[in-house]
Design a protein around this ligand. Structure first.
Ligand SMILES: *[C@@H]1O[C@H](CO)[C@@H](O)[C@H](O)[C@H]1NC(C)=O
Ligand SMILES: *[C@@H]1O[C@H](CO)[C@@H](O)[C@H](O)[C@H]1NC(C)=O
Ligand SMILES: *[C@@H]1O[C@H](CO)[C@@H](O)[C@H](O)[C@H]1NC(C)=O
Length: 399
Protein backbone atom coordinates (compact mmCIF):
# COMPACT_ATOMS: atom_id res chain seq x y z
CA UNK A 1 0.00 0.00 0.00
CA UNK A 2 2.69 2.46 1.08
CA UNK A 3 4.80 1.62 -1.94
CA UNK A 4 1.78 2.10 -4.23
CA UNK A 5 1.15 5.54 -2.74
CA UNK A 6 4.78 6.62 -3.07
CA UNK A 7 4.94 5.48 -6.68
CA UNK A 8 1.79 7.47 -7.43
CA UNK A 9 3.36 10.53 -5.83
CA UNK A 10 6.53 9.85 -7.80
CA UNK A 11 4.61 9.77 -11.08
CA UNK A 12 2.82 12.99 -10.18
CA UNK A 13 6.12 14.62 -9.30
CA UNK A 14 7.57 13.63 -12.66
CA UNK A 15 4.50 14.96 -14.44
CA UNK A 16 4.69 18.20 -12.50
CA UNK A 17 8.40 18.61 -13.32
CA UNK A 18 7.76 18.02 -17.00
CA UNK A 19 4.96 20.55 -16.94
CA UNK A 20 7.10 23.13 -15.17
CA UNK A 21 9.93 22.58 -17.64
CA UNK A 22 7.46 23.02 -20.46
CA UNK A 23 6.16 26.32 -19.09
CA UNK A 24 9.71 27.46 -18.42
CA UNK A 25 10.66 26.76 -22.04
CA UNK A 26 7.65 28.81 -23.14
CA UNK A 27 8.74 31.90 -21.27
CA UNK A 28 12.46 31.45 -22.02
CA UNK A 29 12.42 32.96 -25.53
CA UNK A 30 10.38 35.79 -24.12
CA UNK A 31 13.21 36.65 -21.73
CA UNK A 32 15.91 36.46 -24.35
CA UNK A 33 14.29 38.69 -26.97
CA UNK A 34 16.01 42.06 -27.23
CA UNK A 35 12.91 44.04 -26.23
CA UNK A 36 12.45 42.34 -22.89
CA UNK A 37 16.15 42.14 -22.07
CA UNK A 38 16.07 45.93 -22.09
CA UNK A 39 16.19 46.53 -18.38
CA UNK A 40 14.73 49.70 -17.07
CA UNK A 41 17.71 51.72 -16.02
CA UNK A 42 17.37 53.43 -12.68
CA UNK A 43 19.44 56.52 -13.12
CA UNK A 44 20.81 58.04 -9.95
CA UNK A 45 19.14 61.42 -9.56
CA UNK A 46 21.90 63.50 -11.02
CA UNK A 47 21.62 67.01 -12.18
CA UNK A 48 21.04 67.55 -15.85
CA UNK A 49 24.46 68.39 -17.26
CA UNK A 50 23.06 69.11 -20.70
CA UNK A 51 21.02 72.25 -19.97
CA UNK A 52 22.84 75.38 -19.02
CA UNK A 53 24.88 78.23 -20.43
CA UNK A 54 28.39 79.14 -21.48
CA UNK A 55 30.09 81.66 -19.21
CA UNK A 56 33.31 83.42 -20.05
CA UNK A 57 36.03 82.95 -17.47
CA UNK A 58 39.50 84.32 -18.25
CA UNK A 59 41.02 81.82 -15.79
CA UNK A 60 39.63 78.85 -17.68
CA UNK A 61 42.51 77.18 -19.51
CA UNK A 62 42.65 73.91 -21.46
CA UNK A 63 44.59 71.01 -19.94
CA UNK A 64 46.69 70.40 -23.07
CA UNK A 65 48.17 72.27 -26.02
CA UNK A 66 49.35 71.72 -29.60
CA UNK A 67 52.16 69.36 -28.49
CA UNK A 68 49.85 66.50 -27.50
CA UNK A 69 50.99 63.51 -29.62
CA UNK A 70 47.42 62.31 -30.14
CA UNK A 71 46.38 65.36 -32.19
CA UNK A 72 45.02 65.02 -35.67
CA UNK A 73 46.60 67.79 -37.71
CA UNK A 74 43.46 69.36 -39.17
CA UNK A 75 41.88 69.81 -35.68
CA UNK A 76 45.06 71.07 -34.02
CA UNK A 77 43.91 74.68 -34.12
CA UNK A 78 46.72 76.03 -31.92
CA UNK A 79 49.33 74.64 -34.29
CA UNK A 80 47.33 75.84 -37.29
CA UNK A 81 47.14 79.26 -35.64
CA UNK A 82 43.42 79.62 -35.71
CA UNK A 83 42.54 83.13 -34.64
CA UNK A 84 40.78 83.62 -31.37
CA UNK A 85 41.83 80.37 -29.66
CA UNK A 86 42.34 82.08 -26.29
CA UNK A 87 38.80 83.35 -26.47
CA UNK A 88 37.34 80.04 -27.65
CA UNK A 89 38.74 78.24 -24.66
CA UNK A 90 37.84 80.88 -22.11
CA UNK A 91 34.19 79.79 -22.16
CA UNK A 92 33.06 77.20 -19.67
CA UNK A 93 29.83 75.28 -19.62
CA UNK A 94 27.74 75.80 -16.49
CA UNK A 95 24.77 73.43 -16.07
CA UNK A 96 21.54 75.06 -14.96
CA UNK A 97 20.88 73.64 -11.50
CA UNK A 98 24.12 72.07 -10.43
CA UNK A 99 27.84 72.36 -10.76
CA UNK A 100 30.37 70.32 -12.64
CA UNK A 101 34.04 71.00 -12.11
CA UNK A 102 35.36 72.82 -15.14
CA UNK A 103 37.95 70.09 -15.78
CA UNK A 104 38.09 66.43 -14.98
CA UNK A 105 40.95 65.34 -12.76
CA UNK A 106 42.75 62.96 -15.14
CA UNK A 107 44.73 61.33 -12.28
CA UNK A 108 41.63 60.51 -10.27
CA UNK A 109 39.74 59.41 -13.33
CA UNK A 110 42.45 57.04 -14.58
CA UNK A 111 42.85 55.65 -11.07
CA UNK A 112 39.14 54.91 -11.02
CA UNK A 113 39.46 53.27 -14.45
CA UNK A 114 42.53 51.18 -13.54
CA UNK A 115 42.60 47.90 -15.57
CA UNK A 116 39.55 49.05 -17.52
CA UNK A 117 39.07 50.16 -21.12
CA UNK A 118 36.92 52.71 -22.92
CA UNK A 119 35.85 52.24 -26.54
CA UNK A 120 34.39 54.72 -28.99
CA UNK A 121 32.56 53.50 -32.09
CA UNK A 122 31.21 55.71 -34.87
CA UNK A 123 32.21 58.45 -37.29
CA UNK A 124 34.87 61.17 -37.29
CA UNK A 125 32.97 63.19 -34.70
CA UNK A 126 33.62 60.38 -32.22
CA UNK A 127 37.23 60.46 -33.36
CA UNK A 128 37.24 64.19 -32.63
CA UNK A 129 35.85 63.32 -29.17
CA UNK A 130 38.46 60.68 -28.40
CA UNK A 131 41.40 62.87 -29.43
CA UNK A 132 40.27 65.34 -26.79
CA UNK A 133 39.93 62.51 -24.25
CA UNK A 134 43.40 61.10 -25.03
CA UNK A 135 45.07 64.51 -24.75
CA UNK A 136 43.34 65.20 -21.42
CA UNK A 137 44.18 61.79 -19.93
CA UNK A 138 47.78 62.02 -21.06
CA UNK A 139 48.26 64.82 -18.51
CA UNK A 140 48.23 62.06 -15.86
CA UNK A 141 50.52 59.68 -17.74
CA UNK A 142 52.95 61.14 -20.24
CA UNK A 143 54.20 57.63 -20.96
CA UNK A 144 50.95 57.16 -22.89
CA UNK A 145 51.45 55.23 -26.12
CA UNK A 146 49.51 55.11 -29.35
CA UNK A 147 47.38 51.99 -29.48
CA UNK A 148 45.82 50.55 -32.66
CA UNK A 149 45.16 46.91 -31.87
CA UNK A 150 41.94 44.98 -32.41
CA UNK A 151 41.12 47.01 -35.51
CA UNK A 152 41.14 50.34 -33.69
CA UNK A 153 41.58 53.35 -35.96
CA UNK A 154 43.10 55.48 -33.20
CA UNK A 155 43.76 55.01 -29.51
CA UNK A 156 46.00 55.35 -26.50
CA UNK A 157 47.33 53.07 -23.79
CA UNK A 158 48.09 54.53 -20.37
CA UNK A 159 50.67 52.20 -18.82
CA UNK A 160 50.65 53.74 -15.33
CA UNK A 161 47.02 52.73 -14.99
CA UNK A 162 46.72 49.87 -17.49
CA UNK A 163 43.89 51.71 -19.25
CA UNK A 164 43.17 51.68 -22.99
CA UNK A 165 40.99 54.26 -24.71
CA UNK A 166 40.40 53.60 -28.40
CA UNK A 167 38.22 54.50 -31.38
CA UNK A 168 36.80 52.05 -33.92
CA UNK A 169 35.70 53.69 -37.14
CA UNK A 170 32.28 52.55 -38.36
CA UNK A 171 30.55 55.52 -39.93
CA UNK A 172 27.16 53.84 -40.39
CA UNK A 173 27.63 51.31 -37.53
CA UNK A 174 26.07 48.70 -39.81
CA UNK A 175 28.12 46.83 -42.41
CA UNK A 176 28.15 48.47 -45.84
CA UNK A 177 29.99 47.81 -49.06
CA UNK A 178 30.19 48.98 -52.64
CA UNK A 179 28.29 46.73 -54.98
CA UNK A 180 29.14 47.38 -58.66
CA UNK A 181 26.29 47.59 -61.11
CA UNK A 182 25.52 44.91 -63.68
CA UNK A 183 25.46 46.06 -67.30
CA UNK A 184 21.94 45.81 -68.73
CA UNK A 185 23.19 45.79 -72.32
CA UNK A 186 26.54 45.69 -74.12
CA UNK A 187 26.37 49.46 -74.66
CA UNK A 188 25.87 50.04 -70.90
CA UNK A 189 29.51 50.75 -70.06
CA UNK A 190 29.02 52.23 -66.62
CA UNK A 191 26.08 50.61 -64.95
CA UNK A 192 25.24 52.31 -61.68
CA UNK A 193 26.47 50.58 -58.56
CA UNK A 194 25.06 51.00 -55.08
CA UNK A 195 26.26 50.94 -51.51
CA UNK A 196 24.67 47.91 -49.92
CA UNK A 197 23.89 48.33 -46.21
CA UNK A 198 23.05 45.18 -44.23
CA UNK A 199 20.86 46.72 -41.56
CA UNK A 200 21.04 43.65 -39.30
CA UNK A 201 24.83 43.20 -39.50
CA UNK A 202 27.11 45.38 -37.38
CA UNK A 203 30.29 46.52 -39.17
CA UNK A 204 33.16 44.13 -38.50
CA UNK A 205 35.27 47.05 -37.28
CA UNK A 206 33.60 46.83 -33.89
CA UNK A 207 31.40 43.77 -33.62
CA UNK A 208 34.10 41.47 -32.21
CA UNK A 209 35.70 43.87 -29.76
CA UNK A 210 32.89 45.07 -27.52
CA UNK A 211 33.78 42.66 -24.73
CA UNK A 212 37.22 44.23 -24.40
CA UNK A 213 35.66 47.48 -23.21
CA UNK A 214 34.05 48.37 -19.89
CA UNK A 215 32.59 51.57 -21.31
CA UNK A 216 31.34 52.04 -24.88
CA UNK A 217 30.37 55.29 -26.58
CA UNK A 218 28.48 54.96 -29.87
CA UNK A 219 27.48 57.48 -32.50
CA UNK A 220 26.41 57.71 -36.10
CA UNK A 221 24.81 60.55 -38.01
CA UNK A 222 27.10 62.54 -40.26
CA UNK A 223 27.20 60.10 -43.15
CA UNK A 224 23.43 59.87 -43.53
CA UNK A 225 23.17 62.50 -46.25
CA UNK A 226 23.16 62.83 -50.00
CA UNK A 227 26.53 64.55 -50.02
CA UNK A 228 28.13 61.25 -48.89
CA UNK A 229 25.80 59.01 -50.90
CA UNK A 230 24.41 60.91 -53.92
CA UNK A 231 21.73 59.60 -56.28
CA UNK A 232 24.31 57.94 -58.57
CA UNK A 233 25.78 56.02 -55.61
CA UNK A 234 22.88 55.53 -53.24
CA UNK A 235 22.52 53.46 -50.11
CA UNK A 236 20.39 50.37 -50.64
CA UNK A 237 19.19 48.59 -47.52
CA UNK A 238 19.22 44.81 -47.06
CA UNK A 239 17.59 42.75 -44.33
CA UNK A 240 18.44 39.07 -43.87
CA UNK A 241 20.41 39.24 -47.11
CA UNK A 242 17.49 40.51 -49.20
CA UNK A 243 16.84 44.05 -50.44
CA UNK A 244 14.12 45.73 -48.42
CA UNK A 245 11.09 46.50 -50.59
CA UNK A 246 9.89 49.09 -51.20
CA UNK A 247 13.39 50.64 -50.97
CA UNK A 248 13.96 52.88 -47.95
CA UNK A 249 14.93 56.53 -48.09
CA UNK A 250 18.13 57.49 -46.34
CA UNK A 251 16.49 58.59 -43.06
CA UNK A 252 14.17 55.58 -43.03
CA UNK A 253 17.29 53.47 -43.47
CA UNK A 254 18.95 55.24 -40.55
CA UNK A 255 15.95 54.44 -38.36
CA UNK A 256 16.05 50.75 -39.24
CA UNK A 257 19.82 50.57 -38.71
CA UNK A 258 19.52 52.29 -35.33
CA UNK A 259 16.83 49.84 -34.19
CA UNK A 260 18.88 46.84 -35.32
CA UNK A 261 22.18 48.04 -33.85
CA UNK A 262 20.54 48.91 -30.54
CA UNK A 263 18.98 45.42 -30.42
CA UNK A 264 22.36 43.91 -31.17
CA UNK A 265 23.99 45.89 -28.36
CA UNK A 266 21.27 44.82 -25.93
CA UNK A 267 21.67 41.19 -26.92
CA UNK A 268 25.43 40.88 -27.22
CA UNK A 269 27.16 43.47 -25.07
CA UNK A 270 27.40 42.44 -21.41
CA UNK A 271 24.95 44.13 -19.12
CA UNK A 272 27.69 45.44 -16.80
CA UNK A 273 29.31 47.38 -19.67
CA UNK A 274 28.46 51.08 -19.38
CA UNK A 275 26.88 52.11 -22.64
CA UNK A 276 26.48 55.62 -23.97
CA UNK A 277 25.06 56.96 -27.18
CA UNK A 278 26.50 60.33 -28.09
CA UNK A 279 23.85 62.44 -29.74
CA UNK A 280 24.44 64.48 -32.86
CA UNK A 281 27.15 67.10 -33.00
CA UNK A 282 25.71 70.20 -34.70
CA UNK A 283 27.32 71.84 -37.73
CA UNK A 284 27.59 75.60 -38.16
CA UNK A 285 27.67 76.40 -41.85
CA UNK A 286 26.56 79.99 -42.34
CA UNK A 287 25.37 81.29 -45.70
CA UNK A 288 25.52 77.96 -47.54
CA UNK A 289 26.50 74.32 -47.36
CA UNK A 290 30.12 73.18 -47.02
CA UNK A 291 30.46 73.11 -50.83
CA UNK A 292 28.65 76.45 -51.28
CA UNK A 293 31.15 78.64 -49.44
CA UNK A 294 29.37 78.07 -46.11
CA UNK A 295 31.45 79.68 -43.41
CA UNK A 296 31.90 79.80 -39.63
CA UNK A 297 34.19 82.74 -38.95
CA UNK A 298 32.60 83.56 -35.63
CA UNK A 299 34.41 84.88 -32.62
CA UNK A 300 31.85 84.17 -29.94
CA UNK A 301 29.13 81.63 -29.17
CA UNK A 302 25.61 82.12 -30.53
CA UNK A 303 22.90 83.51 -28.27
CA UNK A 304 20.26 81.11 -27.03
CA UNK A 305 17.63 83.09 -28.97
CA UNK A 306 19.47 82.35 -32.23
CA UNK A 307 19.54 78.57 -31.87
CA UNK A 308 16.11 77.71 -33.26
CA UNK A 309 16.72 79.80 -36.35
CA UNK A 310 19.89 77.79 -37.01
CA UNK A 311 18.74 74.34 -36.02
CA UNK A 312 14.97 73.94 -35.94
CA UNK A 313 14.02 71.65 -38.85
CA UNK A 314 10.89 73.72 -39.53
CA UNK A 315 13.17 76.56 -40.65
CA UNK A 316 14.73 74.38 -43.37
CA UNK A 317 18.17 75.77 -42.55
CA UNK A 318 21.50 74.32 -43.68
CA UNK A 319 22.19 72.83 -40.24
CA UNK A 320 18.79 71.31 -39.47
CA UNK A 321 19.78 67.63 -39.53
CA UNK A 322 21.26 67.37 -36.01
CA UNK A 323 17.88 67.66 -34.31
CA UNK A 324 16.27 65.37 -36.90
CA UNK A 325 18.85 62.65 -36.33
CA UNK A 326 18.46 63.07 -32.57
CA UNK A 327 14.74 62.26 -32.74
CA UNK A 328 15.56 58.91 -34.33
CA UNK A 329 18.31 58.19 -31.79
CA UNK A 330 16.04 58.98 -28.84
CA UNK A 331 13.34 56.69 -30.17
CA UNK A 332 15.81 53.85 -30.79
CA UNK A 333 17.47 53.80 -27.35
CA UNK A 334 14.31 54.38 -25.34
CA UNK A 335 13.84 51.71 -22.63
CA UNK A 336 17.36 50.34 -22.97
CA UNK A 337 20.37 50.55 -20.65
CA UNK A 338 22.09 52.86 -23.16
CA UNK A 339 22.47 56.31 -21.70
CA UNK A 340 22.15 59.36 -23.96
CA UNK A 341 25.04 61.78 -24.03
CA UNK A 342 23.01 64.73 -25.17
CA UNK A 343 25.75 67.18 -26.10
CA UNK A 344 23.77 68.68 -28.99
CA UNK A 345 22.24 71.67 -27.25
CA UNK A 346 25.41 72.82 -25.51
CA UNK A 347 27.36 72.45 -28.75
CA UNK A 348 24.75 74.34 -30.79
CA UNK A 349 25.93 77.56 -29.16
CA UNK A 350 29.51 77.12 -30.30
CA UNK A 351 29.60 78.46 -33.86
CA UNK A 352 33.00 79.85 -32.85
CA UNK A 353 34.57 76.48 -32.06
CA UNK A 354 35.29 74.94 -35.48
CA UNK A 355 38.59 74.89 -37.41
CA UNK A 356 36.90 76.97 -40.19
CA UNK A 357 39.69 78.01 -42.57
CA UNK A 358 42.59 77.05 -40.28
CA UNK A 359 43.08 73.49 -41.47
CA UNK A 360 46.86 73.24 -41.56
CA UNK A 361 47.03 72.65 -45.31
CA UNK A 362 47.28 75.25 -48.02
CA UNK A 363 44.60 74.09 -50.42
CA UNK A 364 42.26 72.43 -47.98
CA UNK A 365 39.67 75.23 -47.99
CA UNK A 366 39.65 75.49 -51.79
CA UNK A 367 39.04 71.74 -52.05
CA UNK A 368 36.89 70.91 -49.05
CA UNK A 369 35.47 74.26 -48.04
CA UNK A 370 35.62 75.44 -44.46
CA UNK A 371 35.39 72.88 -41.69
CA UNK A 372 32.36 73.94 -39.67
CA UNK A 373 31.64 70.35 -38.67
CA UNK A 374 34.59 69.10 -36.62
CA UNK A 375 35.85 70.97 -33.58
CA UNK A 376 39.08 72.69 -32.71
CA UNK A 377 41.14 70.94 -30.04
CA UNK A 378 41.51 72.03 -27.37
CA UNK A 379 37.88 73.10 -27.56
CA UNK A 380 34.25 72.10 -27.24
CA UNK A 381 34.80 68.29 -27.06
CA UNK A 382 36.79 68.90 -23.84
CA UNK A 383 33.42 69.73 -22.29
CA UNK A 384 31.94 66.48 -23.68
CA UNK A 385 34.83 64.66 -21.97
CA UNK A 386 34.09 66.48 -18.75
CA UNK A 387 30.48 65.39 -18.78
CA UNK A 388 31.15 61.83 -19.95
CA UNK A 389 33.76 61.30 -17.25
CA UNK A 390 31.44 62.74 -14.59
CA UNK A 391 28.74 60.26 -15.66
CA UNK A 392 31.18 57.32 -15.71
CA UNK A 393 32.52 58.33 -12.30
CA UNK A 394 29.10 58.55 -10.72
CA UNK A 395 28.16 55.15 -12.18
CA UNK A 396 31.32 53.39 -11.03
CA UNK A 397 31.28 54.98 -7.59
CA UNK A 398 27.66 54.01 -7.02
CA UNK A 399 28.46 50.33 -7.64
C1 LIG B 1 16.14 73.82 -12.66
O1 LIG B 1 15.37 74.15 -11.53
C2 LIG B 1 14.18 74.90 -11.83
C3 LIG B 1 13.53 75.30 -10.51
O2 LIG B 1 13.48 74.21 -9.62
C4 LIG B 1 13.28 74.02 -12.71
O3 LIG B 1 12.12 74.75 -13.04
C5 LIG B 1 14.04 73.63 -13.99
O4 LIG B 1 13.24 72.75 -14.76
C6 LIG B 1 15.36 72.96 -13.63
N1 LIG B 1 16.12 72.75 -14.86
C7 LIG B 1 16.63 71.57 -15.19
C8 LIG B 1 17.38 71.52 -16.48
O5 LIG B 1 16.54 70.57 -14.51
C1 LIG C 1 45.37 45.11 -17.49
O1 LIG C 1 43.99 45.15 -17.71
C2 LIG C 1 43.48 44.00 -18.33
C3 LIG C 1 41.99 44.26 -18.57
O2 LIG C 1 41.84 45.24 -19.54
C4 LIG C 1 43.72 42.79 -17.48
O3 LIG C 1 43.25 41.63 -18.15
C5 LIG C 1 45.18 42.66 -17.18
O4 LIG C 1 45.39 41.60 -16.28
C6 LIG C 1 45.73 43.94 -16.59
N1 LIG C 1 47.16 43.85 -16.45
C7 LIG C 1 47.76 44.08 -15.29
C8 LIG C 1 49.27 43.98 -15.32
O5 LIG C 1 47.18 44.34 -14.25
C1 LIG D 1 32.28 80.46 -53.74
O1 LIG D 1 33.23 81.50 -53.79
C2 LIG D 1 34.01 81.54 -54.97
C3 LIG D 1 35.10 82.59 -54.81
O2 LIG D 1 34.58 83.77 -54.24
C4 LIG D 1 33.09 81.80 -56.17
O3 LIG D 1 33.85 81.77 -57.35
C5 LIG D 1 32.04 80.68 -56.22
O4 LIG D 1 31.11 80.95 -57.23
C6 LIG D 1 31.31 80.57 -54.87
N1 LIG D 1 30.44 79.38 -54.92
C7 LIG D 1 29.15 79.40 -54.55
C8 LIG D 1 28.42 78.10 -54.68
O5 LIG D 1 28.60 80.38 -54.09
Amino acid sequence: MASKLSSTIFIWLILLTVLLLYFYSLILPFYSTPKSSKISFKQPQLCNFFKGKWIQDPNHKPLYDETCPFHRNSWNCLKNQRENMGNINSWKWVPENCSISSHIDPFKFLELMRNKNIGFVGDSLNENFIVSFLCILRVADNGAKKWKKKGAWRGGYFPKFNVTVAYHRAVLLAKYQWQPGIAKSSSDREPNGVYRVDVDTPAEDWVEVTKFYNVLVFNTGHWWGIDKFPKEKPLVFYLKGQPIVPPLGIFEGLKVVLDNIVSHIQREVPRETLKFWRMQSPRHFYGGEWNENGSCLFNKPLEESQLDRWFDPSNQGVNKEARQVNQLIEAAVQDTDIQLLDITHLSEFRADGHPAIWLGKKDAVAIWGQDCLHWCLPGVPDTWVNILSALITSKLESE
